[in-house]
Design a protein around this ligand. Sequence first.
Ligand code: NAD
Length: 240
Amino acid sequence: MNRTVLITGASRGIGAAAARLFGENGYRVAIGCYKGIDKAQQLAASLPDAEVFSADIADEAAVNQMIESVSSRFGAIDVLVNNAGIAMQKLFTDTTAEEWMRIFNVNVTGMFYASRAVLPGMIHRKTGRIINISSMWGQTGASCEVAYSASKAAVIGLTRALAKEVGPSGITVNCVAPGVIDTDMNQALNEQDRSVLCEETPLERLGTAEEVAQAILFLASDQAAFITGQVLGVNGGFVI
Ligand code: NAD
């Protein structure tokens, strides 16, 4: 029987690439979306069995409603990919409390809401996969991205602790930590920034959304059944 995946923030970038790849591999795909609904709907139309579900991931009631809608449409959610995220480049001392809270509410609390909503079903069925998207900056820290780095480090902590808690229920929880990936999130990088980042990467290039999607698909697969609580770097060797 085909499995169902819910991918948050799947209107573009890594989330959209993952939605495409899961769809091509026989999954029913719930495309989580906040902005960019037109692109999300085009993506859904291009896949065999996919539908768009809107929610601000930082809104508890909206996330619960989205999970209910996905379950009504597709039945059990077998795989949750917590991908929705926002970044901000700013000096720590210029960061407002509102900006700090928004980064954490989207990048961490949204992951808590979505995971908490899918887990009762997974625990009941004694199977499930949760894959959280962190960042190499959550492993090493980035200057002028303290809020983002701290939120992505929290994602790693959440992953490890939750893996221990739900492992006895047959559920794996893992993390993918991308390096610099060529998506809209990095639109602001100029040519010089890009070439410096390439030089710092042993594989001498930026990664693609499709390459991150392959790692996510692997962690959802039967081949990854004994892997839990891990952080899989997809970073061209930037962090070793
Ligand atoms: P992106 O900006 O193209 O995509 C982010 C997605 O999250 C979009 O679909 C957006 O609509 C969605 N989103 C944002 N706020 C949301 C909210 N409040 N509720 C629901 N959805 C929301 O960026 P991307 O590069 O595809 O990033 C995907 C994930 O990968 C993010 O968690 C990001 O932090 C992480 N990541 C990206 C890179 C990179 O270099 N691009 C590196 C490391 C980690």
